[in-house]
Design a protein around this ligand. Structure first.
Ligand SMILES: [Ca+2]
Length: 384
């Protein structure tokens, strides 16, 4: 029972992670990283690499497969690229060359419809639908003996509340003014028990923990992408560019991704057309045929999170570190999240950049966190 406490802590730490991320980014206002001198080569000859700084779309025709197991997926060609950034947040440093085998990747985030098929086939119950338990504490964590507060000791998940004005932001609570644990919130009820996904079946599923995503992948015969696969795919062969489509956030004044516009966290004006999740593929795909690699929802990667992993990462198909370590919360097991979400604004979380890294407790989702899958096979569909 004492572990129930930890579940609350699980939530709290997840919220704290968000807070920290937001605060960290908020310090921010830092200029977004400039294009580095990375070289990106997509093995295939048909792929012409864009010049750094160029907004020109790389020449590549997305490949799909007739194999039903690869439906909805696109081929990501083998290649070498520079992962990370020179002038950005500390955990994106150092930029380093990585070579990857080719793989298949979902062209969109996993939708409510897809996740529902999984649940109907298996009877799976997500973490947010279960009574809180301790699942993501390191074995030697000091948090193991804490008590779970009663208000957190019921199924639920983390949501961002709608604030009315800047006065609603309690300086003492900081980001907890808007991030709150909502009993009854889960993938079927994204904003709490009264909300529904009935008209959102083609939106990305949310409130999915890393452990939930693993179960979906197992059922689907897929895997979560490694962090290196995710970044390589998101770049879409654009060398060292800030976004999957180039260096300009709003080319020709257009919004290219579902993020937050307006004063954060008071009012999202929805200038991009969406105030929360958008249907997948509402925005243009990158050169590989991948939609929403920036914005919409954070996407889980397979890797444990360690901020300094890039300093020791192997150059060939890096698998991520062998264990988790976040100095901000060393007792918690965390996995990498990528891509930013509809909650990311240029005032705070600029996580929609291609190199931006986030972390989350592996047993905890939130209303802006989902995932997509990969299949590690050759272009012809055979096992590597
Ligand atoms: Ca938006």
């Amino acid at each position: 029972m004492k572990n129930l406490l930890a579940a609350v802590l699980t939530f709290l730490t997840a919220a704290l992670v968000l807070v920290v991320a937001i605060v960290t980014s908020g310090e921010g206002q830092r200029s977004e990283p400039s294009a580095s001198d990375s070289v990106e080569s997509g093995g295939a000859k048909k792929l012409a690499t864009a010049e750094p700084g160029s907004e020109r779309q790389p020449e590549w025709t997305p490949r799909t497969s007739d194999d039903p197991a690869l439906a909805g997926m696109v081929w990501i060609p083998p290649g070498t690229f520079t992962m990370g950034a020179l002038d950005s947040f500390a955990d994106e440093f150092p930029p380093h060359e990585v070579t990857l085998d080719g793989f298949w990747m979902d062209s969109t985030e996993v939708t409510n419809r897809q996740f529902q098929a999984f649940v109907e086939a298996t009877g799976y119950v997500t973490m947010a639908e279960q009574p809180p338990k301790l699942r993501s504490l390191q074995p030697d964590s000091e948090l193991a003996n804490r008590q779970i507060l009663p208000e957190f000791n019921q199924p639920g998940s983390i949501c961002s509340l709608q604030l009315r004005s800047r006065a609603d932001v309690d300086p003492g609570k900081g980001a907890y003014s808007w991030w709150q644990y909502v009993p009854g919130a889960n993938w079927r009820h994204p904003e709490g028990p009264e909300s529904t996904i009935a008209d959102r079946m083609d939106h990305p599923v949310v409130h999915i923990s890393w452990l939930d995503a693993q179960e979906y992948c197992r059922w689907a015969g897929k895997e979560l992408p490694t962090e290196a696969q995710w970044e390589y795919a998101a770049r879409g062969a654009r060398s060292g560019q800030t976004y999957p489509w180039g260096n300009e956030r709003n080319p020709d004044g257009r919004w290219m991704t579902n993020i937050w516009q307006g004063e954060f966290p008071i009012e999202d004006t929805g200038d991009d057309g969406y105030r929360r999740t958008a249907p997948v593929a509402s925005f243009v795909a990158n050169a590989y045929g991948l939609h929403d690699m920036s914005g919409n929802v954070w996407e889980w990667c397979r890797d444990y999170y360690q901020p300094e992993y890039y300093s020791e990462s192997p150059a060939q198909n890096p698998p991520g570190p062998s264990s988790s370590f976040d100095p901000q919360e060393p007792g918690i097991i965390k996995r990498v999240q990528r891509g930013g979400s509809f909650m990311c604004s240029d005032q705070y979380c600029i996580g929609y950049r291609t190199t931006a890294r986030m972390k989350g407790e592996e047993d905890t989702g939130a209303f802006h966190t989902g995932f997509r899958c990969v299949v590690n096979r050759s272009e012809s569909g055979t096992q590597p």
